[in-house]
Each structure stands twice: as C-alpha cells, then as structure tokens.
Unconditional design. Structure first.
Length: 156
C-alpha cells in the first residue's frame, strides 16, 4: 500500500522554501524601504530648515501691547509649511503660536517682523521667544526642533 504514495522530493522542497523566503523578503522590503525613506527625508528637511530671530536691528522687542519678533530665513531652500513661535513670559505662562499663511513667510535670505499681541491668558511680559520651522515633505508636515531662542529686550 505504501508503494503507491509519492512524496515531494528534497530538491523540490528546498526550492519551494527558497522561493517562499524570497517572496517574504520582497514583501517586507516593499513595506519597510518606503517607510525608512520617508523618515530620512523628514530628517534631512529639518537639518536644512533653519529660522533665526534677529535682535540686532532692534525689531525684536517687548512693548506694552505684546511682542515684536523679527524672523530671518537663511539661504537654504526648503518647503516651509508653517512657523511655530513659543513665547515664555515672567508669570511662567507659555504661549504657542503657529503661523501657516505662506504669503507672510520670510523669503530665502529675507526677514519679516511679526507682532504678537497680549490676549486672554497671556498677561505677563514676554521674556524669551523661540522659533521652530514646520516643513512639508510630500504630504506630511514635520515640526522641526527649535532653531533659535533669544531673550526679549524692551523696545526702545
């Protein structure tokens, strides 16, 4: 009775195992490589995305109604999606503002003064301002690390 039963030969079994392994690697690589590429692109975009706060021209300062901040962009070309400003005041309050109107962003090698008015829960005097670029890579927006922070002088 056992003489009529046929089994898969060792050679065919080995070839099938190799093909299954190759297919598994191809499927995993197809999912992992795009994810790693996306993470790398976001990291590279934040490396070149730098915004600075200029205090030398006297535009960045504290007045009775709020604070003026002169944000300067360098020569790097990156897709700026928004600007995040973080203002700390003498009462311990932190005010976070995200500006996303691209028509009001500083151009390459340019600057722009933003006026942030006191309102609502922000009653103290600003002591420090920080800026972080939010860049766009494909359809994804990535908030980069704080690229500049300065103490705010009183307007002259």
């Amino acid at each position: 009775m056992l003489k009529n039963k046929k089994a898969i030969s060792a050679l065919i079994a080995t070839v099938l195992l190799i093909l299954i392994t190759i297919a598994g690697v191809a499927i995993i690589a197809g999912a992992v490589i795009p994810m790693i590429t996306k993470i790398t692109q976001s990291g590279q975009a934040c490396t070149s995305a730098r915004l600075n706060i200029d205090t030398s021209a006297g535009f960045t300062c504290l007045n009775s109604t709020g604070v003026n901040v002169n944000i300067v962009r360098g020569p790097e070309d990156f897709d700026l999606a928004a600007i995040q400003l973080i203002i700390l005041d003498d009462t311990g309050t932190t005010k976070e503002i995200v500006m996303s109107d691209a028509s009001k962003f500083p151009g390459i090698n340019g600057g722009r003064v933003y006026t942030i008015l006191k309102s609502g829960n922000w009653t103290g005097n600003a002591t420090e301002v920080r800026v972080a670029p939010i860049v766009k890579v494909g359809n994804t927006k990535t908030t980069c690390d704080i690229s500049a922070k300065v103490s705010i002088p009183i307007c002259a």
